[in-house]
Design a protein around this ligand. Structure first.
Ligand SMILES: Nc1ncnc2c1ncn2[C@@H]1O[C@H](COP(=O)(O)OP(=O)(O)OP(=O)(O)O)[C@@H](O)[C@H]1O
Ligand SMILES: [Mg+2]
Length: 320
């Protein structure tokens, strides 16, 4: 395993600046001044604030962040499932105004239809998108992707008959089968045990290596982000979460987890990203404490009434 950069040369850039490591001329996806919140009035939650990001064609970008910081909101904006309150999102220079098969999303909670089998779930999307293909071509296509994620033996099973890992594979196959130009993976591995997580992570990388789609993966695991990504961008804690600086991974592929554990560049990068996340979380907590300081409950300066004395005495009326 060769190393491109030494720890003292970890490259950190702004999220909207072009990356000289990737010699692509124009970004496939660009987010400019994006803001998103939910609700209105007193129930309003500001989630994302001034998001600026360029994603290069064919790159694997990992977004890391704490729970509740707005990662799913961020992915859904890119998928076109929700709209920004302010700012623009473009793909190939065209504004994203709704969902498209060009941007395939793998959901955090699988989102499979419970009454359909593995094959049925995948076929539903394939039949909807590739309407003009012959029945046989669509069937072969579905089978190819079921095989790709290692589920041929379970193709006839419904979601309740599958393990979490198998459900996530089905969800992945369903999205991959639509051959999206951009793959949006919202924590696809977080619900899995460590071994399955690592295996499925390797498979995602293998598929990405073969198809060379542009891929954005959300994760809360820094090691996982370094294993898969070309660049890592932290999402700062919310409310009003913004993007942190971009860390260029700069490790050759394929990456071997066991070898990386002794790799100085890997260790340096892991420390740099983790320290950044810890520091922003501490800052966010301090800011939250400062902003709620004035809301602390103060007791009114009154004396309690002595109810053991007669009513008139309590009200200071002179005894008759
Ligand atoms: N449809 C919605 N309506 C109102 N608030 C929402 C909605 N969706 C998300 N939120 C709020 O927005 C914030 C960010 O949620 P989001 O799901 O994007 O975070 P996340 O980083 O994906 O969290 P997790 O790591 O737990 O998946 C949370 O405070 C959440 O309660
Ligand atoms: Mg989420």
């Amino acid at each position: 395993m060769s190393v491109l950069l030494r720890p003292e040369t970890i490259k950190i850039t702004r999220s909207d600046s072009p990356d000289p490591v990737l010699h692509a001329p124009a970004p496939i996806i660009e987010m400019k001044g994006v803001y998103k919140g939910y609700g209105s009035g007193v129930t309003r939650t500001e989630v994302l604030s001034n998001i600026n990001l360029k994603i290069r064609e064919g790159e694997f970008l990992a977004v890391v962040g704490f729970s509740g910081s707005g990662k799913t909101t961020f992915t859904q904006l890119l998928a076109g499932l929700i709209k920004p309150d302010q700012g623009t999102i473009t793909m190939d220079g065209k504004r994203v105004t709704g969902p498209s098969p060009e941007r395939g999303m793998v959901f955090q909670n699988y989102s499979l239809l419970p009454w359909l089998t593995v094959r049925g779930n995948i076929a539903l999307s394939v039949n909807a998108v590739f309407k003009n293909w012959s029945k046989q071509a669509r069937r072969d296509h579905v089978d190819r992707f079921i095989e790709m994620v290692g589920l041929s033996h379970a193709a006839h099973r419904r979601p309740h008959e599958l393990s979490g890992g198998m459900r996530q594979r089905t969800s992945l196959a369903r999205t991959l089968a639509l051959k999206p130009k951009v793959l949006l993976l919202d924590e696809p591995l977080s619900a899995l045990d460590a071994l399955t997580r690592s295996q499925l992570g390797d498979e995602i990388l293998k598929i990405w290596g073969e198809e060379r789609q542009t891929c954005l993966m959300i994760t809360n695991d820094v090691d996982e982000a370094i294993m898969v990504a070309d660049r890592i961008v932290p999402l700062n804690p919310g409310p009003n979460a913004s993007l942190g600086p971009v860390f260029t991974v700069g490790l050759d592929r394929p990456r071997n987890k066991t070898e990386l554990n002794d790799n100085e560049h890997f260790k340096g990068l892991r420390n740099a990203v983790t320290n950044y996340l810890v520091a922003v979380r501490q800052r966010a907590r301090k800011e939250e404490q400062a902003s709620t300081q004035h809301l602390k409950f103060r007791l009114p300066e009154i004396e309690p009434q002595d109810l053991s004395r007669p009513f008139r005495a309590i009200h200071n009326t002179p005894p008759r």
